[in-house]
Design a protein. Structure first.
Length: 404
């Protein structure tokens, strides 16, 4: 299976998971797509239940092969129950199904922050070659299924929770999408901050180390607010992280993200601004491609000058097969790079005055001797003082690093 085929399966699964919030039939389509994409004979999805009664509910099952043993359905239930209750996976386990047939099984609990939310079972013909199914791809699918079923549980009212509780949990989900740990990159200090205007929002911040040991930085903004924007943000994150493992240049990564998300975004008249940067710590070079997002601000500590790293590019979902441009800049010791959303510069006070880029530069200049975390805290304080008691209108998100 090629990387492109793997990416296509992930895109389709994530897109269907979004649909499943309003239409449970999407779960059946997911099992069908997993069978065809992975070459499985049968696939089932299960929802974990709390409280009395059964511990699970089958969301969907699809049999891609006719005349499978009738015992498979009962065995599938038993395997899913074991995965949910014991939290353990089975990988390429050979099981007897019926009197004269054996099948290979991949079964896994769906875990979301150590909580079992469901299970997935994939049944294969006994002669299936394990090398034909990439376990890393299966692992990614399992992670996305866990998040999707968790969203479905709380947004469909399965547990009878109120809307306010659903929004609270959605915010918790979105917070969980932020990097759990800031990468330890030689020669720089890093910090990121995010303040949502609503319970959930559409700003996207991401930090990760690429396979070739570079620092990957992604910043974006989804058109709209609330739960829909948060869901599209999650989709964008999956698309970008997948593309970043295959492509080594930021412009190629954005082209792959746009290629994957364009049909759904264009079909719903939604767009995403997104920029992706790579920092090479040995040579201190920053490479950037931009899809309609605000250009990063670079403050040069040695000279006290600042610049905006501008590179043209249309937003994700704007044009199919769009070719993005690549820009680069040589950084030096004490330089500060700030990636930010429009909620930073457009934060308004009671008089309707925006915080503005000039005040951002002033904060960087006055605190340039501090670490990235200390500078980030200072910027948050100044933004809070500017907004005062005024209701925050937009998400405030930014990420910065300082070359030490």
């Amino acid at each position: 299976m090629t990387r492109t085929e793997e990416t296509e399966i992930l895109y389709q699964v994530c897109s269907l998971l979004l649909q499943a919030q309003a239409d449970e039939q999407a779960f059946t389509e997911i099992t069908c797509r997993l069978c065809s994409g992975l070459g499985a004979s049968c696939c089932s999805l299960w929802l974990a239940r709390s409280g009395g009664g059964r511990s699970q509910e089958r969301l969907a099952i699809y049999q891609a092969v006719k005349d499978l043993p009738s015992e498979l359905v009962n065995l599938d239930f038993t395997v899913a129950k074991q995965a949910i209750e014991q939290g353990q996976s089975l990988v390429w386990q050979k099981l007897r199904v019926g009197e004269n047939q054996e099948m290979l099984l991949i079964a896994s609990p769906l875990l979301r922050q150590a909580q079992v939310v469901g299970a997935v079972c994939l049944w294969f013909a006994p002669d299936t070659h394990a090398g034909n199914v990439t376990l890393m791809l299966v692992h990614q699918i399992i992670r996305n299924l866990a998040q999707g079923i968790y969203n479905y549980t709380y947004h469909s009212g399965v547990n009878g929770r109120s809307l306010s509780k659903e929004l609270e949990m959605a915010a918790h989900i979105q917070t969980g999408l932020l990097p759990e740990k800031i990468p330890d990159i030689r020669g720089i200090s890093l910090a990121m901050r995010s303040l949502m205007a609503h319970e959930v929002g559409g700003d996207y911040l991401d930090l990760f180390q690429t396979p070739n040991k570079l620092l990957g930085i992604a910043v974006g903004d989804v058109m709209g607010k609330g739960i829909p924007a948060a869901l599209w943000m999650a989709m964008t994150r999956v698309a970008l992280r997948t593309a970043a493992r295959t492509f080594s240049q930021p412009d190629a990564v954005l082209e792959e993200v746009n290629r994957g998300l364009y049909p759904d975004l264009a079909g719903q008249s939604i767009f995403v601004t997104l920029q992706y940067a790579l920092y090479e710590p040995v040579k201190k070079i920053l490479f950037l491609a931009n899809a309609g997002h605000l250009p990063p601000l670079i403050y040069h500590g040695r000279t006290g000058q600042f610049e905006l790293l501008k590179v043209k590019g249309i937003y994700i979902g704007g044009l199919e097969n769009y070719k993005f441009k690549l820009a680069g800049v040589q950084l030096k010791e004490s330089d500060i790079v700030l990636f930010y959303s429009d909620g930073v510069t457009e934060a308004v006070n009671a008089e309707g005055q925006q915080f503005g880029l000039r005040k951002v530069v002033d904060v960087l200049e006055k605190n340039a001797l501090f670490s990235a975390a200390e500078i980030a805290d200072k910027l948050i304080i100044h933004l809070g003082q500017h907004i005062g008691d005024t209701r925050q209108r937009d998400d405030i998100s930014f990420l910065l690093f300082k070359v030490e």
